[in-house]
Design a protein around this ligand. Sequence first.
Ligand SMILES: NC(=O)c1ccc[n+]([C@@H]2O[C@H](COP(=O)([O-])OP(=O)(O)OC[C@H]3O[C@@H](n4cnc5c(N)ncnc54)[C@H](OP(=O)(O)O)[C@@H]3O)[C@@H](O)[C@H]2O)c1
Length: 346
Amino acid sequence: MSPSLMSSKQVVVVTGANSGVGLSIAQRLISKSIEKQRPLTLVMACRNLKKGKQAIDQICSTYPLSSQSICDVDLVEIDTSSVESVLNAAKEIQSRYSRLDRLFCNAGAMAIESLDFVGIFRGLLTHPIAFFESSEAMVQRRGLVTTDGLGLTFQTNVFGHYLLVHKLESLMEATGGARVIWTGSSASQLEFTRTDYQHVLGDKPYESSKYIVDQISVPMDQRLSQRGIRCFVAEPGNVCSNFLSGLNLLWLQVLIYLVFYFCRVVLGMARFTISPQSGCEACCYLSDADGNKELLDSRLKYYSQVSRWGKPSVAAVPLALNKNLSVFLVNKLDGLVQRFDKDDNQ
Ligand SMILES: NC(=O)c1ccc[n+]([C@@H]2O[C@H](COP(=O)([O-])OP(=O)(O)OC[C@H]3O[C@@H](n4cnc5c(N)ncnc54)[C@H](OP(=O)(O)O)[C@@H]3O)[C@@H](O)[C@H]2O)c1
Protein backbone atom coordinates (compact mmCIF):
# COMPACT_ATOMS: atom_id res chain seq x y z
CA MET A 1 0.00 0.00 0.00
CA SER A 2 1.47 3.38 -0.96
CA PRO A 3 1.92 5.98 1.84
CA SER A 4 -0.48 8.39 0.10
CA LEU A 5 -3.17 5.70 0.06
CA MET A 6 -2.44 4.96 3.73
CA SER A 7 -2.95 8.58 4.79
CA SER A 8 -6.12 8.95 2.73
CA LYS A 9 -7.60 5.78 4.19
CA GLN A 10 -10.77 6.60 6.10
CA VAL A 11 -10.72 5.31 9.66
CA VAL A 12 -14.05 4.18 11.10
CA VAL A 13 -14.63 2.89 14.63
CA VAL A 14 -17.72 0.76 15.39
CA THR A 15 -18.46 -0.19 19.00
CA GLY A 16 -20.23 -3.51 19.53
CA ALA A 17 -19.06 -4.55 16.06
CA ASN A 18 -18.94 -8.29 16.73
CA SER A 19 -22.68 -8.87 16.61
CA GLY A 20 -26.06 -7.78 15.26
CA VAL A 21 -26.39 -4.24 13.95
CA GLY A 22 -22.71 -3.40 14.65
CA LEU A 23 -21.47 -6.38 12.64
CA SER A 24 -23.79 -5.45 9.78
CA ILE A 25 -22.51 -1.86 9.81
CA ALA A 26 -18.96 -3.28 9.60
CA GLN A 27 -19.84 -5.61 6.72
CA ARG A 28 -21.65 -2.86 4.81
CA LEU A 29 -18.71 -0.47 5.19
CA ILE A 30 -16.25 -3.08 3.91
CA SER A 31 -18.49 -3.96 0.98
CA LYS A 32 -18.91 -0.26 0.03
CA SER A 33 -15.20 0.35 0.38
CA ILE A 34 -14.41 -2.50 -2.03
CA GLU A 35 -17.20 -1.56 -4.43
CA LYS A 36 -16.22 2.12 -4.59
CA GLN A 37 -12.48 1.48 -4.24
CA ARG A 38 -12.56 3.82 -1.23
CA PRO A 39 -9.69 2.98 1.15
CA LEU A 40 -10.83 2.11 4.65
CA THR A 41 -9.48 1.01 7.99
CA LEU A 42 -12.35 -0.49 9.95
CA VAL A 43 -11.83 -0.67 13.69
CA MET A 44 -14.02 -3.22 15.45
CA ALA A 45 -14.31 -1.98 19.05
CA CYS A 46 -15.46 -4.98 21.10
CA ARG A 47 -15.53 -5.89 24.78
CA ASN A 48 -14.74 -9.53 24.09
CA LEU A 49 -11.64 -9.94 21.92
CA LYS A 50 -12.39 -13.58 21.17
CA LYS A 51 -15.82 -12.67 19.77
CA GLY A 52 -14.20 -9.76 17.94
CA LYS A 53 -11.69 -12.10 16.25
CA GLN A 54 -14.48 -14.51 15.28
CA ALA A 55 -16.39 -11.61 13.72
CA ILE A 56 -13.28 -10.56 11.77
CA ASP A 57 -12.89 -14.16 10.52
CA GLN A 58 -16.52 -14.05 9.41
CA ILE A 59 -15.93 -10.78 7.55
CA CYS A 60 -12.73 -12.10 5.95
CA SER A 61 -14.49 -15.23 4.75
CA THR A 62 -16.98 -13.04 2.85
CA TYR A 63 -14.56 -10.35 1.73
CA PRO A 64 -11.04 -11.75 1.30
CA LEU A 65 -8.86 -8.95 2.69
CA SER A 66 -5.15 -9.20 1.86
CA SER A 67 -2.39 -6.75 2.75
CA GLN A 68 -2.84 -5.32 -0.73
CA SER A 69 -6.51 -4.81 -0.16
CA ILE A 70 -8.20 -1.47 -0.30
CA CYS A 71 -9.42 -2.00 3.27
CA ASP A 72 -8.24 -3.60 6.46
CA VAL A 73 -9.87 -4.54 9.73
CA ASP A 74 -8.46 -3.93 13.22
CA LEU A 75 -9.63 -4.83 16.69
CA VAL A 76 -9.68 -2.64 19.80
CA GLU A 77 -10.88 -3.75 23.22
CA ILE A 78 -13.53 -1.60 24.85
CA ASP A 79 -16.05 -2.20 27.60
CA THR A 80 -18.29 0.84 27.60
CA SER A 81 -19.41 0.04 31.14
CA SER A 82 -15.89 0.70 32.45
CA VAL A 83 -14.25 4.13 32.52
CA GLU A 84 -10.78 2.55 32.60
CA SER A 85 -11.52 0.44 29.52
CA VAL A 86 -12.94 3.42 27.59
CA LEU A 87 -9.92 5.59 28.45
CA ASN A 88 -7.55 2.78 27.38
CA ALA A 89 -9.45 2.26 24.13
CA ALA A 90 -9.34 5.99 23.36
CA LYS A 91 -5.56 6.02 23.98
CA GLU A 92 -5.13 2.98 21.75
CA ILE A 93 -7.12 4.59 18.92
CA GLN A 94 -5.23 7.89 19.27
CA SER A 95 -1.88 6.12 19.17
CA ARG A 96 -2.69 3.82 16.23
CA TYR A 97 -4.46 6.21 13.84
CA SER A 98 -3.79 9.70 12.56
CA ARG A 99 -7.43 10.30 11.66
CA LEU A 100 -10.95 9.28 12.64
CA ASP A 101 -13.74 9.81 10.11
CA ARG A 102 -16.69 8.00 11.69
CA LEU A 103 -17.42 6.88 15.23
CA PHE A 104 -20.43 4.57 15.54
CA CYS A 105 -21.64 4.58 19.16
CA ASN A 106 -23.51 1.33 18.68
CA ALA A 107 -22.73 -1.05 21.57
CA GLY A 108 -25.71 -1.47 23.82
CA ALA A 109 -27.34 -3.83 26.25
CA MET A 110 -30.49 -4.39 28.24
CA ALA A 111 -30.07 -6.25 31.53
CA ILE A 112 -33.00 -8.65 31.22
CA GLU A 113 -34.07 -10.60 34.28
CA SER A 114 -37.09 -12.50 33.00
CA LEU A 115 -40.30 -12.27 31.01
CA ASP A 116 -43.26 -10.35 32.41
CA PHE A 117 -46.11 -12.77 31.67
CA VAL A 118 -48.79 -10.56 33.26
CA GLY A 119 -47.51 -7.60 31.22
CA ILE A 120 -47.50 -9.70 28.06
CA PHE A 121 -51.12 -10.72 28.62
CA ARG A 122 -52.17 -7.14 29.38
CA GLY A 123 -50.20 -5.76 26.41
CA LEU A 124 -51.68 -8.24 23.96
CA LEU A 125 -55.21 -7.43 25.10
CA THR A 126 -54.96 -3.66 25.33
CA HIS A 127 -52.44 -2.48 22.68
CA PRO A 128 -51.14 -5.46 20.69
CA ILE A 129 -49.48 -3.48 17.88
CA ALA A 130 -47.59 -1.03 20.09
CA PHE A 131 -46.78 -3.91 22.40
CA PHE A 132 -44.81 -5.78 19.72
CA GLU A 133 -42.82 -2.63 18.96
CA SER A 134 -41.86 -2.18 22.61
CA SER A 135 -39.76 -4.09 25.12
CA GLU A 136 -42.65 -4.25 27.61
CA ALA A 137 -42.44 -8.04 27.76
CA MET A 138 -39.04 -7.92 29.48
CA VAL A 139 -38.44 -7.44 33.17
CA GLN A 140 -35.20 -5.53 33.53
CA ARG A 141 -32.88 -5.82 36.50
CA ARG A 142 -33.03 -2.95 38.93
CA GLY A 143 -30.24 -1.52 41.04
CA LEU A 144 -27.30 -2.57 38.84
CA VAL A 145 -24.28 -0.35 39.40
CA THR A 146 -20.83 -0.62 37.82
CA THR A 147 -17.49 -0.56 39.62
CA ASP A 148 -17.36 3.14 38.71
CA GLY A 149 -20.53 3.61 40.76
CA LEU A 150 -22.78 4.45 37.80
CA GLY A 151 -25.99 2.82 36.59
CA LEU A 152 -24.92 -0.17 34.46
CA THR A 153 -27.25 0.40 31.51
CA PHE A 154 -26.70 4.16 31.60
CA GLN A 155 -22.92 3.73 31.54
CA THR A 156 -22.96 1.01 28.87
CA ASN A 157 -25.34 2.75 26.47
CA VAL A 158 -24.66 6.42 27.16
CA PHE A 159 -21.79 7.56 29.35
CA GLY A 160 -19.14 5.13 28.06
CA HIS A 161 -19.72 6.47 24.55
CA TYR A 162 -20.00 10.09 25.69
CA LEU A 163 -16.58 9.77 27.31
CA LEU A 164 -15.17 8.07 24.20
CA VAL A 165 -16.44 10.89 21.97
CA HIS A 166 -14.95 13.43 24.35
CA LYS A 167 -11.53 11.73 24.25
CA LEU A 168 -11.54 11.40 20.45
CA GLU A 169 -12.85 14.88 19.62
CA SER A 170 -9.43 16.33 18.82
CA LEU A 171 -8.60 13.46 16.47
CA MET A 172 -11.95 13.87 14.69
CA GLU A 173 -11.51 17.64 14.50
CA ALA A 174 -8.06 17.22 12.95
CA THR A 175 -9.55 14.79 10.39
CA GLY A 176 -12.28 17.21 9.26
CA GLY A 177 -15.81 16.19 8.27
CA ALA A 178 -16.01 13.46 10.95
CA ARG A 179 -19.33 12.14 12.22
CA VAL A 180 -20.55 10.54 15.45
CA ILE A 181 -23.48 8.20 14.85
CA TRP A 182 -25.45 6.87 17.81
CA THR A 183 -27.60 3.77 17.57
CA GLY A 184 -30.74 4.91 19.35
CA SER A 185 -34.00 3.17 20.10
CA SER A 186 -37.60 4.11 20.62
CA ALA A 187 -37.95 5.88 23.95
CA SER A 188 -40.14 8.50 25.54
CA GLN A 189 -39.95 10.87 28.47
CA LEU A 190 -42.32 8.58 30.37
CA GLU A 191 -39.42 6.24 31.05
CA PHE A 192 -37.12 8.94 32.38
CA THR A 193 -36.87 10.61 35.79
CA ARG A 194 -34.59 13.54 36.59
CA THR A 195 -34.07 12.47 40.20
CA ASP A 196 -32.80 9.07 39.04
CA TYR A 197 -31.43 10.05 35.63
CA GLN A 198 -29.16 6.95 35.54
CA HIS A 199 -32.30 4.91 36.19
CA VAL A 200 -30.75 2.73 38.87
CA LEU A 201 -33.95 2.37 40.86
CA GLY A 202 -36.45 2.35 38.01
CA ASP A 203 -37.66 -0.60 35.96
CA LYS A 204 -36.85 0.80 32.48
CA PRO A 205 -33.11 1.52 32.51
CA TYR A 206 -32.74 0.60 28.82
CA GLU A 207 -35.48 2.93 27.54
CA SER A 208 -34.28 5.68 29.86
CA SER A 209 -30.72 5.39 28.48
CA LYS A 210 -31.97 5.60 24.87
CA TYR A 211 -34.14 8.61 25.77
CA ILE A 212 -30.96 10.31 27.03
CA VAL A 213 -29.24 9.56 23.69
CA ASP A 214 -32.09 11.36 21.87
CA GLN A 215 -31.89 14.34 24.22
CA ILE A 216 -28.13 14.84 24.12
CA SER A 217 -27.55 14.30 20.41
CA VAL A 218 -28.77 17.76 19.35
CA PRO A 219 -26.69 19.77 21.84
CA MET A 220 -23.74 17.49 21.04
CA ASP A 221 -24.15 18.24 17.35
CA GLN A 222 -24.38 21.98 18.04
CA ARG A 223 -21.19 21.94 20.11
CA LEU A 224 -19.23 19.52 17.90
CA SER A 225 -20.22 21.34 14.70
CA GLN A 226 -18.00 24.19 15.86
CA ARG A 227 -15.11 21.75 15.56
CA GLY A 228 -16.26 20.44 12.17
CA ILE A 229 -17.80 17.23 13.58
CA ARG A 230 -21.46 16.27 13.16
CA CYS A 231 -23.54 14.05 15.47
CA PHE A 232 -26.69 12.08 14.59
CA VAL A 233 -29.02 9.39 15.95
CA ALA A 234 -30.19 6.37 13.94
CA GLU A 235 -32.77 3.78 14.95
CA PRO A 236 -32.50 0.23 13.60
CA GLY A 237 -36.14 -0.73 14.12
CA ASN A 238 -37.07 -4.13 15.55
CA VAL A 239 -34.17 -6.45 14.83
CA CYS A 240 -33.64 -10.11 15.65
CA SER A 241 -30.09 -9.92 17.00
CA ASN A 242 -28.30 -11.32 20.05
CA PHE A 243 -30.04 -8.72 22.17
CA LEU A 244 -32.22 -11.27 23.98
CA SER A 245 -29.65 -14.05 24.06
CA GLY A 246 -29.12 -13.44 27.80
CA LEU A 247 -32.48 -15.12 28.42
CA ASN A 248 -31.23 -18.33 26.78
CA LEU A 249 -34.71 -19.16 25.52
CA LEU A 250 -34.55 -20.49 21.97
CA TRP A 251 -38.34 -20.86 21.76
CA LEU A 252 -38.72 -17.17 22.59
CA GLN A 253 -36.30 -16.14 19.87
CA VAL A 254 -38.19 -18.27 17.33
CA LEU A 255 -41.53 -16.86 18.52
CA ILE A 256 -40.27 -13.28 18.27
CA TYR A 257 -38.98 -13.98 14.78
CA LEU A 258 -42.41 -15.28 13.69
CA VAL A 259 -44.28 -12.39 15.33
CA PHE A 260 -41.94 -9.85 13.72
CA TYR A 261 -42.55 -11.40 10.28
CA PHE A 262 -46.30 -11.34 10.91
CA CYS A 263 -46.13 -7.64 11.81
CA ARG A 264 -44.11 -6.84 8.72
CA VAL A 265 -45.66 -9.02 6.02
CA VAL A 266 -49.29 -9.19 7.18
CA LEU A 267 -49.68 -5.85 8.99
CA GLY A 268 -47.20 -3.95 6.80
CA MET A 269 -45.34 -2.45 9.78
CA ALA A 270 -42.19 -0.94 8.33
CA ARG A 271 -40.25 -0.74 11.62
CA PHE A 272 -39.90 -4.54 11.72
CA THR A 273 -36.59 -4.57 9.91
CA ILE A 274 -35.83 -8.00 11.45
CA SER A 275 -32.41 -8.62 9.92
CA PRO A 276 -29.42 -6.65 11.23
CA GLN A 277 -28.52 -6.03 7.56
CA SER A 278 -31.73 -4.02 7.15
CA GLY A 279 -31.51 -2.62 10.66
CA CYS A 280 -28.17 -0.96 9.92
CA GLU A 281 -29.61 0.99 6.96
CA ALA A 282 -30.10 4.30 8.80
CA CYS A 283 -26.67 4.12 10.49
CA CYS A 284 -24.98 3.53 7.12
CA TYR A 285 -27.04 6.27 5.47
CA LEU A 286 -25.87 8.77 8.08
CA SER A 287 -22.30 7.70 7.48
CA ASP A 288 -22.48 7.91 3.70
CA ALA A 289 -24.90 10.74 2.87
CA ASP A 290 -23.40 13.95 1.67
CA GLY A 291 -24.04 16.34 4.58
CA ASN A 292 -24.64 19.34 2.30
CA LYS A 293 -26.59 17.82 -0.54
CA GLU A 294 -28.79 15.59 1.54
CA LEU A 295 -29.31 18.16 4.28
CA LEU A 296 -28.63 15.91 7.21
CA ASP A 297 -30.35 17.41 10.23
CA SER A 298 -29.44 16.42 13.76
CA ARG A 299 -32.91 17.46 14.97
CA LEU A 300 -34.27 14.46 13.12
CA LYS A 301 -34.07 10.83 14.13
CA TYR A 302 -33.26 8.57 11.18
CA TYR A 303 -35.11 5.26 11.09
CA SER A 304 -34.38 2.07 9.24
CA GLN A 305 -37.54 0.70 7.71
CA VAL A 306 -38.46 -2.03 5.24
CA SER A 307 -41.15 -2.79 2.73
CA ARG A 308 -43.34 -5.84 3.35
CA TRP A 309 -40.86 -7.86 1.30
CA GLY A 310 -37.81 -6.58 3.10
CA LYS A 311 -36.53 -3.77 0.87
CA PRO A 312 -34.79 -1.38 3.27
CA SER A 313 -35.01 2.42 3.22
CA VAL A 314 -34.58 5.32 5.63
CA ALA A 315 -37.18 7.69 7.07
CA ALA A 316 -36.68 10.62 9.40
CA VAL A 317 -38.93 12.18 12.02
CA PRO A 318 -38.26 15.11 14.37
CA LEU A 319 -36.70 14.17 17.70
CA ALA A 320 -39.00 14.93 20.63
CA LEU A 321 -36.51 17.32 22.15
CA ASN A 322 -36.99 18.77 25.62
CA LYS A 323 -34.52 21.67 25.71
CA ASN A 324 -34.49 22.05 29.49
CA LEU A 325 -33.86 18.38 29.95
CA SER A 326 -31.15 18.20 27.33
CA VAL A 327 -29.25 21.03 29.07
CA PHE A 328 -29.68 19.20 32.39
CA LEU A 329 -28.35 15.95 30.89
CA VAL A 330 -25.39 17.50 29.11
CA ASN A 331 -24.41 19.21 32.39
CA LYS A 332 -24.64 15.88 34.22
CA LEU A 333 -22.57 14.08 31.58
CA ASP A 334 -19.96 16.84 31.43
CA GLY A 335 -19.76 16.68 35.22
CA LEU A 336 -19.08 12.93 35.01
CA VAL A 337 -16.43 13.48 32.34
CA GLN A 338 -14.68 15.97 34.64
CA ARG A 339 -14.92 13.57 37.56
CA PHE A 340 -13.54 10.53 35.71
CA ASP A 341 -11.12 12.09 33.24
CA LYS A 342 -8.79 13.64 35.77
CA ASP A 343 -5.80 13.99 33.45
CA ASP A 344 -7.89 15.63 30.74
CA ASN A 345 -5.68 18.07 28.86
CA GLN A 346 -8.05 18.96 26.06
N1 LIG B 1 -32.31 -5.35 18.38
C1 LIG B 1 -33.20 -4.37 18.33
O1 LIG B 1 -34.40 -4.60 18.04
C2 LIG B 1 -32.78 -2.96 18.60
C3 LIG B 1 -33.75 -1.95 18.51
C4 LIG B 1 -33.38 -0.64 18.74
C5 LIG B 1 -32.06 -0.34 19.07
N2 LIG B 1 -31.14 -1.34 19.17
C6 LIG B 1 -29.75 -0.94 19.51
O2 LIG B 1 -28.87 -1.47 18.53
C7 LIG B 1 -27.55 -1.58 19.13
C8 LIG B 1 -26.97 -2.94 18.75
O3 LIG B 1 -27.78 -3.94 19.33
P1 LIG B 1 -28.08 -5.31 18.56
O4 LIG B 1 -29.54 -5.41 18.37
O5 LIG B 1 -27.17 -5.44 17.41
O6 LIG B 1 -27.73 -6.36 19.73
P2 LIG B 1 -26.49 -7.38 19.88
O7 LIG B 1 -26.46 -8.32 18.75
O8 LIG B 1 -26.66 -7.93 21.25
O9 LIG B 1 -25.22 -6.44 19.82
C9 LIG B 1 -24.86 -5.60 20.89
C10 LIG B 1 -23.38 -5.35 20.83
O10 LIG B 1 -23.03 -4.46 21.90
C11 LIG B 1 -21.96 -5.06 22.63
N3 LIG B 1 -21.95 -4.63 24.03
C12 LIG B 1 -22.88 -4.84 24.97
N4 LIG B 1 -22.46 -4.34 26.13
C13 LIG B 1 -21.23 -3.81 25.93
C14 LIG B 1 -20.27 -3.17 26.73
N5 LIG B 1 -20.46 -2.97 28.04
N6 LIG B 1 -19.10 -2.76 26.18
C15 LIG B 1 -18.88 -2.96 24.86
N7 LIG B 1 -19.73 -3.59 24.04
C16 LIG B 1 -20.90 -4.01 24.57
C17 LIG B 1 -22.19 -6.56 22.49
O11 LIG B 1 -21.00 -7.25 22.83
P3 LIG B 1 -21.06 -8.81 23.30
O12 LIG B 1 -21.27 -9.62 22.05
O13 LIG B 1 -19.74 -9.02 23.93
O14 LIG B 1 -22.22 -8.92 24.24
C18 LIG B 1 -22.55 -6.62 21.02
O15 LIG B 1 -21.40 -6.55 20.24
C19 LIG B 1 -27.75 -1.38 20.61
O16 LIG B 1 -27.34 -0.07 20.96
C20 LIG B 1 -29.25 -1.53 20.82
O17 LIG B 1 -29.70 -0.78 21.91
C21 LIG B 1 -31.47 -2.64 18.93
